[in-house]
Design a protein. Structure first.
Length: 122
C-alpha cells in the first residue's frame, strides 16, 4: 500500500537514506530541510523547508503541507544536529541550544501534526 511519509531532516545522513529507500519502494515521500534549495535538485522526492527550532516555521510548514496533501500516513522525526567536541570544552549554551532543537523542536513539531493524525484515525 502506497503511503504518504514525511521525514524531517531528509537532505543528508540517515534521513536521506530512509527517504530514498522509501521512495524506491513506491511511497510518496516528503522530506524537510532547513535549506532545501541546496539539495532538492538532486533528490527524487519532494524536499520542503522546515526549521524545527522555529515555532513560526513549524506553523507555516504545517499549513502549507496540508494544503497540498489530504492525508499523512507516517511521520519520521529525524531532524536535528550534533555539537561536537569534549563536554568540558563545549559551552553550556551550545548544549542547551542543541537540546532545544533536537528534543523540544521535535516535540513541538509532532504536537502540531497530532490533530491531523487523530482526524484520520478516528
Amino acid at each position: 500500500m502506497k503511503q504518504t511519509i514525511l521525514i524531517t531532516g531528509a537532505s543528508s545522513g540517515i534521513g536521506l537514506l530512509i527517504a530514498n529507500k522509501l521512495h524506491e519502494s513506491g511511497h510518496r515521500v516528503i522530506g524537510t530541510s532547513r535549506n532545501p534549495e541546496k539539495h532538492s535538485s538532486k533528490l527524487p522526492f519532494q524536499l520542503l523547508e522546515l526549521d524545527i527550532s522555529s515555532d513560526s516555521s513549524i506553523e507555516s510548514f504545517t499549513k502549507r503541507l496540508f494544503s497540498h496533501i489530504d492525508k499523512l500516513d507516517v511521520l519520521i522525526n529525524n531532524a536535528g544536529y550534533l555539537v561536537t567536541g569534549l563536554a568540558e570544552e563545549t559551552p553550556i549554551e551550545l548544549g542547551r541550544e542543541q537540546f532545544e532543537t533536537n528534543f523540544w523542536g521535535t516535540v513541538k513539531f509532532t504536537n502540531q501534526l497530532l490533530p491531523y493524525f487523530r482526524k484520520d484515525r478516528f
